[in-house]
Design a protein around this ligand. Structure first.
Ligand SMILES: *[C@@H]1O[C@H](CO)[C@@H](O)[C@H](O)[C@H]1NC(C)=O
Length: 235
């Protein structure tokens, strides 16, 4: 009982990004992925409670960011999927739910009106505030990584991460979301994490973030790495 309480407190603290263990990992050259920060085993004491709390904390629904509806009938993937792609948006950063909601609508507008896609392309977008903003969500086929859209989930960090990393809150949010994804049966426990540029000729997810992603325990390259920069490539 006592261990469970300590475990839940730790999960909540880390999911909120406060007093995060990432803080001791922020110096250059050191991995910021703290394997113990969100050990899925911590949830085993009471999985339902754990899920409820983690969802409450991290996820911002489409209703909450005032999304436009999808322009087409959604296509659904077969769950669980075993690939996750990390992107950067190369648009604005955002530091509060209010700012990030505006940013979500801008991204959606760009994807629907300019790209002519049915909806915002990403499955999830992560703001500097540590919010996980639901784009197409876990189950719907996205428009993010050509050739991989129907077998993968995408997380896009708001901003450009060639020369700096996302905030600790944002990185913690990704880690929490990945664990929740496995818990929900949306991701296979041995899912492979990739950078967008592993599959496409693009800078995304940015050099600094890519360097970090490559140190994640779930990271796996895809064939030969393609790192040619193609300006304005968001697909
Ligand atoms: C994904 O799309 C490709 C190309 O359209 C298709 O060949 C493949 O069967 C699809 N895979 C799944 C799992 O639906």
């Amino acid at each position: 009982m006592k261990i469970w309480f300590v475990a839940l407190t730790l999960v909540l603290t880390v999911a909120k990004g406060q007093g995060s263990n990432f803080e001791s990992y922020i110096f250059e050259g050191e991995s910021r992925w703290n394997k113990n920060a969100l050990d899925p085993m911590l949830c085993d004491a009471d999985e339902e409670e754990c899920m409820r709390y983690m969802n409450d904390i991290a996820m911002v629904t489409r209703t909450q960011w005032f999304a436009q509806p999808s322009k087409e009938h959604a296509l659904y993937m077969r769950m669980p999927v075993s690939h996750v792609f990390i992107h950067h948006t190369v648009m604005n950063e955002c530091f509060s739910q209010w700012e990030c909601a505006i940013e979500m609508r801008d991204i959606q507008q760009y994807h629907q009106a300019v790209k002519q896609w049915a909806d915002i392309g990403y499955n999830f977008v992560i703001g500097q505030d540590g919010g996980v903003y639901i784009g197409r969500g876990w189950d719907r086929v996205g428009a993010h990584t050509l050739g991989w859209n129907n077998i993968s989930i995408s997380f896009a960090f708001t901003g450009n991460f060639n020369e700096k990393l996302p905030t600790d809150d944002a990185l913690n949010a990704l880690e929490a979301a990945l664990i929740v994804g496995v818990k929900l049966g949306k991701l296979t426990p041995d899912f492979k994490l990739h950078g967008h540029r592993d599959a496409r000729p693009t800078e995304s997810p940015g050099q600094k973030l890519y360097d970090l992603i490559r140190r994640h325990e779930h990271y796996e390259p895809i064939g030969p790495n393609i790192i040619t920069f193609v300006p304005k490539s968001h697909g």
